[in-house]
Design a protein around this ligand. Sequence first.
Ligand code: ADP
Ligand code: ADP
Length: 218
Amino acid sequence: MIELAGLTKRYGGKTAVDDLTFSVRPGIVTGFLGPNGAGKSTTMRMMLGLDHPTSGEVLIDGERYDRLRDPLLAIGALLEAKAVHPGRTAYNHLLCLAQSNGIARERIDVVLDLVGLGAVARKRPKGFSLGMGQRLGIASALLGDPRILMFDEPVNGLDPEGIHWIRNLMKRLAADGRTVFVSSHLMSEMALTAEHLVVIGQGRLLADTSMADFIREN
Ligand code: ADP
Ligand code: ADP
């Protein structure tokens, strides 16, 4: 469970995130919808403890982020799709991450299979495709077996098969009892992915409702 209370971020005179109060429950996929520039990434960065709020706070299972014992194991995140460094195998990328976070090496093959990279993980890529980079990013997020997962615009730039795969993965993670929070600027994508919807515009909360109610009322 993630709770935001009066979360606010100002950059100079501009308010990017304006007094957001809502919570994200475990067991379902919660969508975070808003046009580009609405403040989704800024909100998610604060939810991950990567950015300090100007005011307000984020609670993860009742704890402030800075008091969590193992934030990296509590929350997994996929922030943006990027091509993978061509000089390093997917396996070695995950190995470095596992070693620096005290995660058992056995988890590497588990997450590689989960994202469907088992067969290519030990090859030296000339450069993964965006979709493969995305899968490796997701493998990294899942490495510590976190109870909370956040995905910032995960389907941007992917082909239909990749989009379908990520959507199903998020649903499976939620069905396992995890808290899954995913942003998009596309209502059509959210409608196929999320059971609950939080909508923001210009940094402000516009809706916090079940997908069924949102569709009925809009
Ligand atoms: P979204 O993810 O919904 O597209 P963002 O959170 O990226 O929106 O941006 C929200 C607003 O905050 C935008 O107007 C953006 O220009 C502004 N913003 C984001 N990061 C910074 C920053 N580091 N400095 C100044 N303004 C920023
Ligand atoms: P270092 O970077 O310390 O030289 P390596 O990158 O060679 O270490 O690999 C560290 C460990 O990761 C190895 O012991 C091996 O078990 C595993 N590993 C790394 N790359 C591969 C690979 N291509 N195939 C199989 N195992 C690998």
